[in-house]
Design a protein around this ligand. Sequence first.
Ligand SMILES: Nc1ncnc2c1ncn2[C@@H]1O[C@H](COP(=O)(O)OP(=O)(O)OP(=O)(O)O)[C@@H](O)[C@H]1O
Length: 768
Amino acid sequence: MKTAMLHNKIININRVSREMFQSLYDNGKKGHLQCPVCKEKVRFYIGINQEPHFYHIPELNHTCKDPDDSPSIPQEKVEYEERNGFRLPVSRTITAVQESDSKIKQAQMVKNIPPFIPETMSKYNCSFHYLRTLAQSGVILDSEQADAVCRTEGPLLVLAGAGSGKTRVLTTRTAFMIQEKEIDPKSIMLVTFTAKAAAEMKERLSRYPNMERLQIRQIVSGTFHSLFYRILSFHAPEKWSSDKLLSKGWQREQMIKHAGRELHLDEKEFAYDLALQQIGFWKNTLISPEQVRPTSSWEESVVNLYKKYEQAKEKEGLFDFDDMLTGCYDLFLHNPAILENYQNRFQYFLIDEFQDINKVQYELIKMLSAKSKNVCAVGDDDQSIYAFRGSDPKYLLDFEKDFPGAEVIALKQNYRSTHEIVSTANQVILQNKKRRAKKMKAQYTGEKFPCLFFPFDEEEEATSIVTDIQEKIEEGFEPKDFAILFRTNTGSRAVFERLANSSLPFRIDQDAESFYDRFIVRSMLSFLKLSLNEDEKGAMQNILPALFMKQTVIKDMMAESILNDCTLLECLKHVKTGFAFQERKFKKVVPVIRSIAHLSPIMAIEKIEKELGFQDFIKKRGNEGNKIEKGSDDLKDLKVAAKSFTSILDFLEHTEHMRAMNKEIKQQSKKNQNAITLSTVHRAKGLEYKVVYIIGAVDGSLPHDHALEAYRNGDFAPIEEERRLMYVAITRAMNHLYISVPEKNRGRKAYPSRFLSPLIREKANQNQ
Ligand SMILES: Nc1ncnc2c1ncn2[C@@H]1O[C@H](COP(=O)(O)OP(=O)(O)OP(=O)(O)O)[C@@H](O)[C@H]1O
């Protein structure tokens, strides 16, 4: 049905603003919507499979039809005003007698999928007993995979496309070396990209025939960092003790900003996040500050920061993650006897995700394997997504040059995904210029084509996905079958909220902070809090930076509030700074904060922004020089969240609830295996799910704004890396893939990700 009653007024979805759909959905959930015919409760559908509509609760079995629009039923007119891309209702009701402002665009299947032509699996003649035993226990290999498993001696490069079984190859090869070739597990070094991947491989090994626990334990496995750190702390435990590690991002940021102040770098204009990235890049490429040849004034400043940062660390005896690698490199370089010891100990190297290796890691492996030469590198240049950290697929592409006599085996069969998903991924990645030409081939065809859907904004996107998951769970899917993938953590706010308000179990990354704990967001929310409680000390402390006041002022204000028997907020009127303009401003803060108490949260935010100079604060303290995470983006996201609420109290309660949920979900994430995964694309690498939703597939989000900017300046590398991110995201899906293209992003009109062009445009010739 297109019509329903809300508070005795009729609503026709063709005439209501799309902005209000989410609110209709929430009203339906609360039981506030009625059928105009039978007067029973109805709900509002926002999903992927059908257009938005009102529906009766299924148990009722009602089949009412839309009534003709009748003038006897009151319909209320609402005035809107448009500000900064947000349509703000001037009155608070929901209905509007006007044509809807944004047409509903139906979900569509991706285009240009060629017909599936099945291929028979290449068989291999197996003379090895252990491989036959493995096959009997269900671990089947195709001939290329078997080849990669059996060639244990000498350098070997396995070019493995997404889902082609490289994890299977690596684990089987390890088991094969131990069982068939009787190689000592202690002489095997297995390098993975994450600790989780290493644990998973060992877990898989434990299920292989004849593998003993002790043998598995004896294999030296882990990430580059953990392995080389183990070596360093064995040789110099004092120097490398873990309490000296700058393990948190903010610790490194603090150090670099301190160095920046000495160099008079303006925090509001200088991209500290990029500077830290650049320093990491130089360190990982073994370029010392003295060796850098700056190509711009920005790089010149970063080199100076690099020098100061290194000096500060050395002075305080601290180290960062990059030092673990460069430290080990120096250890081997200056102590040939120690190096030789390890060269004799490790005879076989298996390295996963080789496309993401950086120079220092590459050099370390070359040093360690110089005697044995038994390096098996497995990787896919199309999945290289860490260039910003110094990773470079050129090491994969140049492997044969550096390891003479290396064999190369290509795994091109994709066992994970349907033909439709593999073709979608192929079409996307084909647009990249810098890559080894190859095309993945699927093993089977699925019933469903990947689907593009077009929600109005982040809120509708989240609701559509949760509805779709609920529908699929009713069909028999399990929560663990689903993943929702996004470019950056802040992009997941709305899906987090919708899932937190559902009964569906889900998991998030341990380092994913609550959106409402972000610095700029917390400051703005504190203004709202003070409008409801003028004595809230925490909120007052949080707004002090936004008013450019020192934290120490709070003590005077508390004393003042007792002496004058006034609220903490009122005390602002009496704060003395010695600057008349500042004292005038503080006096103005009090009435402004009081005046917002009865406004809707979004209007209150706009007022704070406009009348209390919040934008100046963002410019100074919002990391606006950053390229990836900016305070101004956080404020835009906050407005999107706020627009679903009509009162500040409700909104603040919601934000507190979400902060608490963030902690709770993180706790549960450790234990709950059967849960929906919420993850950045970076974190999802190497994983697979039956159903994948990629959210925010619009220019500015994926590809990220910073890559678009680089592209406009003639640098194509970041946009190619973003396309690889899209490729990685698509290839996580086994059976179902949904790509969300919201019409609005952060309150502004958005345009479909340029990476989707080959999937949207009809091609004349479909011989892909
Ligand atoms: N020979 C095979 N026959 C059948 N299934 C296979 C075969 N090899 C691998 N698979 C299955 O294909 C899927 C993908 O394998 P795996 O996870 O090892 O791929 P991958 O190359 O590591 O993927 P990615 O690089 O995309 O993370 C897994 O579900 C695995 O069990």
